[in-house]
Every structure is written in structure tokens, then in C-alpha cells.
Write a protein that binds this ligand. Structure first.
Ligand code: ZN
Length: 246
């Protein structure tokens, strides 16, 4: 699918749910197998690819990050929930089935808290419940870069030898140009970030940004518009660099 056009997040999640439904077929029979992570390695890998495709995230984004960013419950958590639901009457409403989902989210939160290798996404989204229960806002190509710190940032491109150094050209100092520097330290985008601070009316930090976004649809819009306009610039530079190189 295209990075910046194509189906929205909700439609992509619907497509991914087809894969999940096939995986979870007759889960009540084999749900105990989830206690052995090796059995689920291949399945998790497939679901990770689905999650990456949903918002065109970079291939280096881990499964843990991708699932959180696109609000897709990891499939190894779901067999228990499927087992509970299959034993409940079909006449029960979505609200009646909610407790089973809450247990799954609690389990996911516990796993998320213990993950050590995805600190950037965790710093932005420590609380899964507020992120998953928001009633507005979708993640797209640029927002997923902000949340994962994997995108057209010099520090990231340098790791793959697409840049000569990882440092910020604007600041001209030995500061690595990653998502934190780009948004919260670099003078280059200070004007846009100051405008955003005025718009949201508070301190703008990696820990607070998603809190503002999930609170109100208007704050989601103003925050994500600023993030997108800033992230488009290194993306355009990267595109020009590739054209020059080729
Ligand atoms: Zn800078």
C-alpha cells in the first residue's frame, strides 16, 4: 500500500482482522499453546507485518511498537479472550463482552511496561488504555515516524550508511539528529513548536505530546498537523538526496 495515500487506519485494521480471525480459528482448543512463545514466533511475525503495513511504518519498527502505534492487540494475547467469548451466549452485546477485552488490555499493558527495547514509543504512549480508547485521530505514515523515532532522521539514516554523520546540520554541533532533537531541542523548528505550545496551552514534551492529542480532537489535529509539516521536510530532503545520488 502507498505510504501517504490509500485506505485509512480503520479500514486497514478491518483487513488485518481477517488475518487475525483465521489465526484464532478454534482458539479454545489450542489457547494453552500461547504459554510457549516459540509456537507463536511465526504468527507474531505475520501480525507484525500486518501492523507495519497498516500505517506504512518502517520495516525496522518492532512488533511491540507497531501493535501499540496502530492499536492492534498482539495476537498471542487474544486466544484466552476468544476462549472466554466462545463460551458466552451470542445474544450478549458488545458491552457485555467488554470485561474480557479489558483483561486482554491489562495483560498487554503489563507486557508493554516490561518491554525494554522500545523506549521512544513507550515514552510517548505509556498508558495503553487512553491511547486505545480515544474516539478521534488516526495514525499515518508521518505520525508513526514520530512515535517510533524511526524515519528520515539523520541519526537513523546514518545507521544504514545513507548519511555521512548522525549530527544536526542546523545546530552544527555534535548532537544526534533524532526525533527528540528534531522536535524538542532543534532551533530549526522552534517557531512551529512554540506556536503548537500556545495552541495546546501547556508544556510540550515527549511524555506529554500524546496526552494532548488523545484529549481533544482539535488538539489532535493541531499537534499532528505540526508534526506532519516538520516531518515532511526531512522526507523531502531524503528524496532529493536519492535523486542526486541516482
Ligand atoms: Zn538541530
Amino acid at each position: 500500500m502507498l505510504n501517504t495515500r490509500g485506505p485509512n487506519q480503520r479500514r486497514c485494521l478491518l483487513l488485518a482482522s481477517v488475518v487475525k480471525s483465521q489465526i484464532l480459528y478454534a482458539a479454545q482448543i489450542w489457547s494453552n499453546a500461547t504459554q510457549c512463545p516459540e509456537y507463536f514466533r511465526g504468527v507474531n511475525s505475520t501480525c507484525r507485518l500486518c501492523a507495519l503495513q497498516i500505517r506504512s511504518a518502517f520495516r525496522t519498527v518492532s512488533g511491540e511498537e507497531a501493535f501499540v502505534i496502530v492499536s492492534m492487540i498482539p495476537v498471542d494475547i487474544l486466544p484466552r479472550e476468544s476462549t472466554v467469548l466462545v463460551s458466552t451466549p451470542r445474544t450478549l452485546t458488545q458491552l457485555d463482552r467488554r470485561p474480557a477485552r479489558e483483561v486482554s488490555i491489562t495483560e498487554w499493558q503489563t507486557k508493554w511496561n516490561s518491554t525494554t527495547k522500545v523506549r521512544c514509543t513507550y515514552r510517548c504512549i505509556p498508558n495503553l488504555e487512553s491511547w486505545l480508547n480515544r474516539t478521534h485521530g488516526e495514525v499515518h505514515f508521518y505520525r508513526s515516524q514520530f512515535l517510533s523515532d524511526l524515519g528520515c532522521f539523520k541519526a537513523y539514516l546514518f545507521k544504514f550508511k545513507h548519511e555521512h554523520d548522525p549530527y544536526c546540520d542546523f545546530c552544527r554541533s555534535a548532537v544526534q539528529k533524532d526525533v527528540h532533537h528534531e522536535f524538542f531541542e532543534c532551533a530549526r523548528f522552534q517557531r512551529q513548536m512554540n506556536q503548537l505550545k500556545l495552541a495546546v496551552g501547556g508544556v510540550f514534551t515527549p511524555q506529554s505530546v500524546v496526552g494532548y492529542m488523545v484529549k481533544e480532537a482539535s488538539e489532535w489535529a493541531s499537534t499532528s498537523d505540526t508534526l506532519t509539516s516538520i516531518l515532511k521536510q526531512p522526507k523531502d530532503l531524503e528524496r532529493q538526496r536519492r535523486i542526486t545520488r541516482d
